[in-house]
Design a protein around this ligand. Structure first.
Ligand code: FAD
Length: 568
């Protein structure tokens, strides 16, 4: 349904846009969108990466899905405006930016969260933070989504556009696999309900779709009863082979006897490195310990930590000690090197919040973050360890080096996310933090070079791998990234956003460059356009090729009218 143009009471007030294209058309359209708040525009040109800065023409705060639809429809009528939904700007390569276009700040979108009929799911706006979802669902209903990210200051729409992984993923699937249905606004202004059975192609396109196919305005997320407590444990390994063998055993156990959460990280056998060394291992802050108590002086330069969690309500009734003991007995970690704590469920899921506070205080939250996330097949992880952890990264990265296994069968293949071929693959996340103090730009460049070197290594060695939260500059690289699914990705783009309006910061498609659509079908969007055509108006425009119907269409003239668009 075309939302914006069915408001008959207002339609009489509208005059329609005259100009056929070029900058005057864009200007008129931007005028119709309202006036941005100066401070906000600067925010929209920044992201957590701190490396890319692209200034939009407008930064708008939609509060309803109709507002989103209006912005998209107006952009579709312009000569060249693009639109990026911005979650919380926590990507690291400008993916939520739109140079000279429109950025939509999704954080103000409503309506507020509500329990879905039946009580086993929650409806959340696309701009809700995961921390808000946790707080609302646990406080009001003692329920919670089963799958999380480590850090909760990310939006639902943002992580569903990528994947959303953490230690629960091996068991419950990624966040994209725990969505019941969504409302998605496409560039024809339609607000489409989609699920695995309704508009399923759009549903799966959007999940992991890098913001390319529509704007998620509402997601219905599956819920499970929230446990009260978590047994949280970290155990240390002296070599990757043993670590990996145990980790893979743990993530392939039957659900009934498995941990609820399995993660891991590599760290330097160095007690003086606060970010990548021994100090990152103890769970409780301020734990005094001496690494020499755990390992011989001759131990390797890189060690590994497995992080495990078991949920429970009542320690005795839920046999948490016995269940944990049964699993731990099989593992071959360094027996003396273990740390554990019993913490509340919300505190466990919020465990990165104190890390954020500390990084903000140290100034490393604001410096550049040239992060690299890669999914690497289990068959390549030992070689990766030998060549990357133990050679390239021996100096540390100023932050965590996550490495833990996931299972491909927990991801629905119809989704857009690109994954390695093998059933078990590792997330390797190099979460680099750069010290403030003048040399940030040079350090960021050096780190980015190191990331490139690592990816070159993966390619040269022929690893079965995919970059997670990718960013490439050439169509060839994107085609290689999606592999055999590239054709499907391109077809979906043509179907839902044929003018390449959405998420230009991903750098996959461009409004000024025709889509690489040689093999694709004509866009279906044309069928939606007559609703915005006023045949009584004799001024005609040339539509972009991808939207061109058989004959020329007349488009209505619109004047700037602040009251018309409800964008704050
Ligand atoms: P943004 O960065 O603002 O947007 C990301 C992309 O999604 C953009 O292309 C944007 O246009 C699009 N988008 C945003 N909202 C919507 C919407 N409503 N509809 C359609 N498209 C939309 N990832 C994990 O999987 N697991 C983790 O544990 C994890 N931890 C992280 C910790 C930190 C400190 C940081 C900075 C990132 C982490 N990430 C993690 C990465 C995170 O998933 C991505 O950064 C992701 O981009 C989410 O951030 P965001 O909500 O701010 O979205």
């Amino acid at each position: 349904m075309l939302i914006a143009y069915l408001d008959h009471q207002r339609q009489d007030q509208l005059q329609w846009l005259v100009s056929a294209g070029g900058s005057s058309s864009d200007e008129a359209i931007l005028c119709a969108l309202g006036v941005e708040e100066a401070g906000d525009v600067a925010l929209s040109a920044r992201d957590f990466g701190g490396v890319v800065s692209l200034w939009p023409a407008r930064f708008l705060r939609p509060s309803t899905a109709d507002d989103v639809a209006r912005a998209l429809l107006l952009a579709a009528r312009s000569a060249g405006l693009t639109v990026a939904a911005r979650g919380n700007g926590h990507c690291v390569g400008g993916q939520a930016m739109a140079a000279g276009g429109i950025v939509l700040d999704m954080r103000a979108l409503g309506p507020p969260m509500s329990l879905a009929p039946g009580g086993a799911a929650v409806d959340v706006p696309g701009g809700a933070l995961w921390s808000e979802v946790l707080e609302w669902t646990v406080r009001n209903h003692r329920m919670a989504p089963p799958s999380w990210t480590d850090y909760l200051g990310l939006t639902v729409g943002g992580t569903l556009s990528n994947g959303g992984v953490s230690g629960q993923c091996f068991r419950y699937g990624p966040q994209v696999n725990n969505v019941v249905e969504m409302d998605v606004v496409t560039t024809d202004g339609d607000r489409r309900l989609c699920s695995a059975s309704i508009n399923s192609d759009l549903f799966f396109a959007v999940l992991g779709g890098l913001g390319q196919f529509g704007v998620i305005t509402r997601a219905r997320l599956a819920l499970l009863p929230a446990p009260k407590m978590v047994r949280w444990r970290r155990v240390v390994y002296a070599d990757l082979e043993t670590f990996a063998s145990d980790a893979e055993w743990l993530v392939t156990q039957p659900d009934a006897s498995a941990f609820n959460y399995v993660e891991g990280f590599a760290f330097l056998n160095d007690a003086s490195d606060p970010a990548s060394g021994w100090n990152s291992v103890p769970i409780l802050p301020g734990s005094a310990f001496d690494p020499a108590d755990f390992l011989a002086a001759a131990a390797a330069s890189v060690l590994y930590c497995l992080e495990l969690a078991l949920y429970y309500d009542d320690r005795v009734a839920d046999r948490v000690d016995e269940r944990e003991e049964e699993l731990l007995r099989r593992l071959r970690y360094v027996r003396a090197a273990e740390f554990s704590a019993d913490v509340g469920y919300v505190a466990f899921l919020s465990r990165v919040a104190p890390v954020e506070a500390e990084a903000r205080a140290r100034g490393t939250w604001a410096t550049p973050h040239p992060w690299l996330n890669v999914f690497i097949s289990a068959s390549n992880i030992v070689d990766f360890d030998r060549n990357v952890f133990k050679r390239v990264l021996l100096g540390g990265i100023g932050g965590p080096m996550l490495v833990y296994p996931l299972r491909r069968s927990r991801w629905d293949e119809r989704m857009s996310v690109a994954l390695p071929e093998s059933e078990v693959f590792y997330l390797v996340a190099l979460l680099r933090f750069i010290a403030p103090g003048g040399g940030e730009a040079a350090a960021a460049t050096a780190a980015a070079e190191q990331n490139k070197e690592i990816l070159r290594h993966c390619r040269t060695k022929g690893y079965d791998f995919k970059v997670y939260i990718p960013r490439y500059d050439s169509e060839g690289d994107w085609a290689a990234h999606f592999g055999r699914d590239w054709g499907r990705f391109v077809e979906r783009k043509q179907r839902y956003d044929p003018m390449a309006i959405l998420a230009p910061g991903q750098n996959i498609f461009s409004r000024t460059r025709p889509l690489a659509l040689a093999a694709s079908q004509p866009p279906e969007i044309i069928s939606a356009l007559p609703a915005i055509v006023d045949d009584s108006n004799d001024r005609s425009i040339e539509l972009p090729k991808t939207l061109r119907p058989p004959t020329k269409m007349s488009l209505p003239t619109m004047i700037c009218n602040e009251g018309w668009i409800r964008l704050r």
